[in-house]
Design a protein around this ligand. Structure first.
Ligand code: ZN
Length: 204
């Protein structure tokens, strides 16, 4: 499986990092070794002094596809969750300033927290109406609504599949809303999808 991530997909988050609003999705990848399951501990890597959480709505692909038309994209997934795109912000800023790829800052082991999958039938709400949130030590620090995305899930699938074949089990991280910040040892992160807890991890 591969993990496909979208950057700058919420206006307020692009602004907080002083990035321009993109006219096409910003796409990058994480390898399968980046996976961190709910309940596992996230260990802050030794190469960074500033790891940020980015809570994001996740979609799991359940059908292989390429050149998927936006109006058929909904047939390519049936499960969603919430996860965390852990980012070594200090490294990323350094790489960005040099115009270099972000992988060291974004694709390291354990950098893709993936929550429990929930079927859309069970949620009984269209994908564009889903909401999600992140609590750090019991306090809400991020809240997102799929309807606020610059590029919605179906538009993302259409765009990504022009370049990369989507396969069963691939996961799309759809971008983070405003409110990103650092984690430190001892923090507890908990993610909610439409109010139900789907992911938690301790930081060490
Ligand atoms: Zn992200």
């Amino acid at each position: 499986m591969k993990i496909i991530c979208i950057g700058r997909n919420y206006t307020a988050h692009a602004a907080e990092l002083k990035n321009d609003i993109p006219d096409e999705p910003v796409v990058f990848l994480k390898p399968d070794t980046a996976r961190l399951k709910s309940g596992e501990t996230f260990y802050i890597p030794s190469f960074t002094n500033d790891v940020h959480y980015e809570a994001e709505l996740l979609v799991r692909i359940n059908r292989m596809g390429k050149f998927i038309d936006e109006k058929f994209a909904h047939k390519y997934y049936n499960e969603v969750s919430v996860g965390i795109d852990f980012t070594a912000r200090d490294l990323q800023s350094n790489l960005k300033s040099k115009g270099l790829p972000w992988e060291r800052a974004k694709a390291f082991d354990g950098s893709a927290g993936i929550g429990e999958w929930v079927s859309l039938d069970e949620l009984n709400s269209p994908i564009d109406e889903l909401t999600f949130s992140l609590e750090k030590n019991g306090e809400r620090v991020q809240y997102g609504r799929a309807s606020d995305m610059l590029f919605g899930v179906n538009a993302l699938i259409a765009n990504i599949s022009r370049f990369i074949t989507l396969k069963v089990g691939d996961v799309i991280f759809t971008g983070t809303p405003a409110g990103v910040s650092s984690v430190k040892r001892g923090d507890l992160l908990t993610c909610y999808l439409d109010g139900r807890q789907v992911f938690d991890c301790k930081i060490d």
